[in-house]
Design a protein. Structure first.
Ligand code: ARG
Ligand code: ZN
Length: 866
């Protein structure tokens, strides 16, 4: 059941046109498919084998005549076919009973589809693979009062009334596309309408459809769409090719959003926003996801993937594009910092664990398990490295070349890189290792200053123990040198290309021993080891001209302190906190303009956010989650004690008096102010509790209200009436706003409190929770699984709970269950006692009868890691 990239063969048949007719009725939906097919002249003759899943086959004809066919649960085989023919199948599907949310399914206000990667086969018999591209027409029939809106890809071409209060609509998509980009929607929805005029003067009709009553939460997404369209024209010369671009929001959705041609379907989380219900981060995420799906129209839809192993071809590239859009729209400095923070929290652990895979996997059991941080976020880093190596202009020329060569095709990662090579003349042969190997490379750097020759030599040694062999990567390493007084040494900024296992780079005319700034702007997704002294890091924190590395210096300082403290706590000693760290933090707070000529409140907030426990755990050989938790919070408390005056002063001074806007400037001030509040709450005095409750009650926006709630939810004291009041009031106020209820659940599941598991268990029976809704599961259960100290409780209770939830869900929604199973990725990093509990939990899941393929792949790999 493992599928290998090396086994790829082209399709034996092609589908030129697809005509679909959906008759939506209460007992099920009848799908009539008429396919104009022909043999692929490049492949020798063989029977036609179509994919299908949970289809009730009512009729099969070829050129109008009944034919013999062989149907199994997952395939329909027809033999003795002419070279070209019309295949007509009629099937009944049951969208109301589709709990997997793959294929066509019911959600509150109607019917929706999700076809990537292999959901189309749950709708009709088809060659469900991305290299089969066809032109689609779709007709929908449904009850008019219940389903007034009928949508499919492309342009509306006709509609009318039918008997019994029914109506129909016909849509035609002029662009050839693979089946995974098919979509339909039938429901009762409100629409927000606008237009965009492209650079060449075409008018695109824009629409956002949402559940009735939510129109006032759509303008931000609409503006994001218009900004994305303009940005892609300006940065990449890419214009919208459509007459109609529609976004439909649905509350039940496995993932974030889907780029179906002309008919994107989105998780409501990435559409709906209003100041009182969405945070600054939500607003920014909406910008990014709307842009991401729009950018797919070129990088994904016009040029698509030959097979699913090439997923990063479209996802890595499109994430890179949405990152760049976000950086241009908001704050480039903090955007980069957050990207790296996210990569270290999710992708580095993935790359070190049992599910590690190259950005282009060589094999998989279930493709849905490979929509990962590696394919998406590391994939984006690989694209970014290409741009770093050849420069922005050559990268743009490479994109132009890619579309010149491959518009309308289904291609591979090699095809993309070949276009970049052709446009730049750069040799990417060695670089391809980034596509083919799992694991995070480590680069160890040693600096040697020679007084005699006035040279400074950087010796770089790379290694990746997870790779299949020892050949070196091509690693772009951006560096600069600083004098001990903080001045950047003129001419020392260089982009080094590491190509050998060990390699030295010499800087001439260096008078005194410099402080090297390494991996500036995070120029490659690696671990970078250098034996910095705290004094050197303090120099970089204060004087670095690269904002990422200024932040990084602070993270390195904090990391060392926390890891040392964790070791001390584990050995029964008191941790020590050097005054220099507090001084550096004080300086950041005082200047508040950050450091160097960049910064501002947003930067300071990032700089004073300590590295997360998950990221730190990767740096420990055996993770002691309790000691790590105590150490990190000990440092937070120490900072709060030492800097109480600064935190209070800033808290009072940073108030935003203008009307709320999700601008990066306002968001930065709110982030720093709320960070001050959270630090102050580490002291847990009555006055700070009251301050937090006051903010909770008076905030006119969700950012401030939720920041106060989350900080209070984290208060450890057994008795905290302010906490109880805030949680109760919040639920009472927002219980009808589904996305806000998710926040309420998450504030509790991510709490550091020792009773968190008991709270989470109780919440699974609360009316706020719904096992059928992925967002609820992610907010309550998966977020608990990411709560390092509580999930990894020494008694195994956290493991047992998540295992129970996987078993409840595996059949109902395998994709979501499989994501929960990923909570166990790092189980072998803990002590023997915890490992024994985790193993028992994993084995219990593995041995569950009829376990879904999705979960089985994850659990088998996890157990195989021991
Ligand atoms: N292509 C979508 C996006 O990244 C994600 C779809 C994921 N679907 C899935 N079944 N895993 O924009
Ligand atoms: Zn995507």
């Amino acid at each position: 059941q493992t599928i290998y990239l090396k086994d790829y063969t082209p399709p034996a048949y092609l589908v030129d046109t697809v005509d679909l007719d959906f008759s939506i009725e209460s007992g099920g939906t009848v799908v009539t498919s008429t396919l104009a097919m022909r043999r692929n002249p490049l492949v020798s003759a063989r029977p036609l084998v179509l994919d299908g899943e949970e289809l009730e086959t009512l009729d099969v004809t070829v050129d109008g005549a009944k034919v013999p066919f062989l149907a199994s649960a997952s395939s329909l085989t027809v033999d003795h076919l002419p070279d070209a023919f019309t295949l007509r199948t009629v099937v009944r599907i049951k969208p109301d009973g589709n709990t997997r949310l793959s294929g066509m399914y019911r959600s509150k206000d109607g019917y929706f589809t999700q076809c990537e990667a292999q959901g189309f086969r749950r709708i009709t018999w088809f060659l469900d693979r991305p290299d089969v591209m066809s032109t689609y027409t779709v007709t929908l029939h449904a009850d008019k009062a219940t389903y007034p809106i009928l949508l499919a890809n492309g342009n509306p071409v006709a509609n009318g009334e039918e008997a019994n209060g029914r109506h129909w609509a016909k849509w035609a998509d002029p662009f050839r596309k693979p089946a995974y980009l098919f979509a339909l929607v039938a429901g009762k929805l409100d629409g927000l309408f606008d237009t965009f005029t492209t650079a060449s003067g075409r008018t695109v009709q824009l629409a956002i459809y949402v559940e009735p009553g939510k129109l006032d939460q759509c303008p931000h997404a609409m503006a994001a769409l218009q900004k994305s369209m303009l940005w892609d024209e300006e940065r990449f010369g890419l214009e919208c090719d459509l007459d109609h671009y529609m976004i439909v929001a649905v509350g039940d959705f496995n993932m974030g959003a889907m780029e179906n041609k002309g008919l994107n379907i989105f998780n409501t989380k990435y559409v709906l926003a209003r100041a009182d219900v969405a945070t600054d981060v939500d607003f920014e995420n909406i910008d990014r996801v709307v842009a991401h799906e729009y950018f797919h129209n070129w990088t994904g839809n016009r040029v698509t993937c030959r097979d699913w192993f090439q997923l990063s071809l479209k996802e890595g590239l499109t994430v890179f594009r949405d990152q760049e859009f976000g950086a241009d729209l908001h704050n480039r400095q903090t955007a980069r910092i957050r990207e790296v923070r996210g990569l270290r929290a999710a992708q580095f652990p993935e790359d070190a664990g049992p599910m590690a895979h190259p950005i282009r996997p060589a094999s998989f059991v279930e493709i849905n398990n490979f929509y990962t941080a590696t394919v998406y976020e590391k994939g984006a880093e690989v694209i970014r490295m290409i741009q770093t190596l050849i420069g922005r202009d050559a990268f743009r020329a490479g994109m132009d070349e890619y579309f010149r060569r491959h518009d309308g095709q289904a291609v591979t990662c090699e095809d993309f890189v070949a276009a970049m090579a052709a446009a730049s003349g750069f040799d990417f042969t060695q670089f391809m290792r980034w596509y083919n190997q799992p694991g995070t490379p480590r680069v160890a750097v040693d600096g040697h200053f020679d007084e005699e020759t006035k040279t400074f030599t950087l010796t770089c040694t790379q290694a990746n123990p997870r790779a299949s062999d020892e050949s070196p990567y091509l690693i772009p390493l951006r560096v600069a040198l600083f004098a001990a007084d903080g001045n950047l040494l003129p001419g020392s900024e260089r982009l080094l290309q590491l190509t050998a296992t060990t390699q030295s780079f010499v800087f001439e005319n260096i008078a005194v021993e410099p402080v090297p700034s390494l991996l500036r702007d995070f120029s490659a997704p690696v671990y970078l080891d250098f034996d910095y002294t705290p004094e050197q890091l303090t120099v970089l924190l204060a004087h670095e001209s690269d904002p990422f590395n200024a932040w990084e210096a602070g993270q390195r300082l904090a990391t060392q302190l926390i890891l040392d403290a964790a070791a001390a706590i584990a050995a029964g000693q008191e941790p020590v906190w050097p005054a220099s760290f507090v001084d550096a933090a004080r300086k950041l707070l005082q200047t508040q303009a950050g450091v160097g000529n960049f910064g501002g409140a947003a930067f300071v907030a990032e700089a004073l956010t300590l590295p997360g426990e998950t990221t730190l755990a990767e740096l420990m050989s055996v993770v002691d989650p309790d000691a790590l938790h105590a150490a990190r919070n000990g440092l937070r408390r120490h900072l709060a004690e030492q800097l109480e005056g600064e935190f209070s002063g800033l808290y009072a001074g940073l108030t935003v008096n203008e009307p709320y806007a999700p601008s990066s400037e306002q968001a930065g001030r709110r982030a720093l102010r709320n960070l001050c509040l959270a630090y102050l709450l580490e002291l847990d005095t009555l006055s700070v509790r009251q301050l937090a409750l006051q903010q909770f009650k008076t905030a006119d926006n969700m950012t401030d209200q939720f920041a106060a709630l989350a900080a209070l939810a984290n208060v450890n004291a057994a008795d905290c009436p302010q906490r109880e009041q805030a949680l109760a009031d919040f639920y009472a106020k927002w219980k009808n706003e589904a996305l806000v209820v998710d926040k309420w659940l998450q504030a509790q599941s991510t709490s550091r409190r020792p009773d968190t598991l008991a709270t989470v268990k109780a919440l699974t029976a609360h009316p706020a929770f719904d096992i059928g809704n992925p967002n609820k599961i992610y907010a309550l259960i998966r977020a608990f699984g990411a709560n390092l100290v509580r999930f990894n409780a020494a008694d195994g209770s956290g493991y047992a709970f998540i295992a129970d939830q996987i078993i409840v869900l595996h059949d109902r929604n395998p994709q979501v269950a499989s994501r929960l199973a990923r909570c166990f990725d790092r189980w072998t990093k803990f002590d023997a006692g915890r490992q024994a509990h985790a193993r028992r939990a994993l084995e219990r899941v593995r041995d569950h009868a009829g376990l879904s393929r999705d979960v089985l792949e994850v659990v088998t790999r996890a157990l195989g890691a021991a």
